[in-house]
Design a protein around this ligand. Structure first.
Ligand SMILES: Nc1ncnc2c1ncn2[C@@H]1O[C@H](COP(=O)(O)OP(=O)(O)OP(=O)(O)O)[C@@H](O)[C@H]1O
Length: 322
């Protein structure tokens, strides 16, 4: 758990972060979202003491961060930088090994950990282990950056626009691979991004920042459907339809769909989706030859066509936005 209370940072007369209070829960992915210059990176870097707050306090599991020397604190907090921040004269393995080495792990344990991370991050050791950062593509460098941040098994991971420098295809691929890593699910992750779809895809909760302040903190669904201010509402306007399709699941639409059917009435060929499936995924399936899909929830099954899905989505949105 990370608690920021009334945290403020000035640069000269400019308040980069202004009395920010947020509680980041254990094992959640918490996204700091906002336009350029709103104070996201400054906030992130205050958590691992790369920047010192002028006012307010930051606690990790109830202990003020300034009660631990910065170097020691940073060994318990992984950090992925925007431009990977790899050491240019270290090989891939040496870069990944930095924190475990500082932690005094035995050599073979370090090597084993580095090789296992390389495998998980799709960097085969036989071709990548001894390369230097300049011999890697941007996507590969970013994978090494992630591996390095994970290597020491830190319970907290800070990520500053980790996929920001990549092209959209690589970006979405690496993001997906990252989210599938098993060890990620147990970590408390604080991620900085200005990319709204990325925030929605990754976040358990989002803090939308504006001029150093938190405009609203909540789940993606809360921010989208129950904006706390005109700023929050307009921030999502350009992406609203796509976000809605991605965020609303068949479970949400369940009361707005037709009556359940008996499984014996279903054609053999019909594809069945779980209720956690998003509207976007079902609509993509229904764009082909498919006229209908079925959705299961608890012990019931319902049929959906494109038309009744869109109708149910319209009803759901009316009930949410009012
Ligand atoms: N070292 C510094 N000296 C002076 N001003 C700074 C410094 N670092 C950041 N700032 C200013 O503080 C504000 C917040 O910067 P910060 O990097 O936290 O924003 P951000 O939301 O992360 O932006 P971006 O998405 O562009 O990285 C900006 O106005 C920036 O110009």
């Amino acid at each position: 758990m990370i608690q920021l209370s009334g945290v403020t940072k000035h640069y000269g007369d400019h308040k980069a972060v202004d009395a920010l209070s947020v509680l980041i829960r254990e094992s959640e992915t918490f996204v700091l979202l906002g336009t350029s210059g709103c104070g996201k990176t400054t906030t992130l870097r205050m958590i691992n003491r790369l920047i010192t707050a002028d006012e307010g306090s930051i606690e990790i599991n109830g202990a003020p961060i300034d009660s631990t020397p910065p170097e020691q604190l940073r060994r318990t907090i992984g950090y992925v930088m925007q431009q990977n921040g790899l050491f240019p004269h270290y090989t891939v393995v040496e870069n990944i090994a930095v924190v475990p080495t500082l932690l005094g792990w035995p050599k073979d344990q370090i090597r084993k950990r580095a090789l296992s991370l390389m495998e998980q991050l799709h960097l085969p050791a036989n071709s990548f282990a001894h390369r230097y950062p300049h011999q890697l593509s941007g996507g590969q460098q970013q994978r090494v950056g992630v591996a390095r941040a994970l290597a020491g098994n830190a319970p907290i991971l800070l990520m500053d626009e980790p996929f920001g420098a990549l092209d959209p295809v690589t970006r979405s691929l690496i993001r997906k691979e990252f989210m599938e890593l098993e060890e990620i699910s147990k970590k408390t992750i604080v991620l900085v991004t200005h990319d709204i779809p990325e925030a929605f895809e990754m976040a358990d909760r989002i803090c939308l920042m504006n001029k150093g302040r938190a405009e609203q903190t909540g789940t993606p669904s809360e921010l989208l459907f129950s904006p706390a201010s005109a700023f929050v509402r307009s921030f999502f306007d350009a992406d609203r339809e796509l976000l809605e399709l991605n965020i609303v699941t068949m479970r949400d639409l369940w009361p707005h769909l037709g009556e359940p059917v008996s499984s014996s009435d279903l054609p053999d060929s019909i594809r069945q989706f779980p209720a956690a499936t998003s509207c976007w995924q079902i609509l993509n399936w229904l764009t082909g030859e498919q006229a209908a899909a079925s959705v299961s929830y608890q012990h019931d099954i319902k049929m959906v066509s494109r038309a009744n899905l869109l109708q149910a989505l319209g009803d759901y949105k009316t009930s949410q936005y009012g």
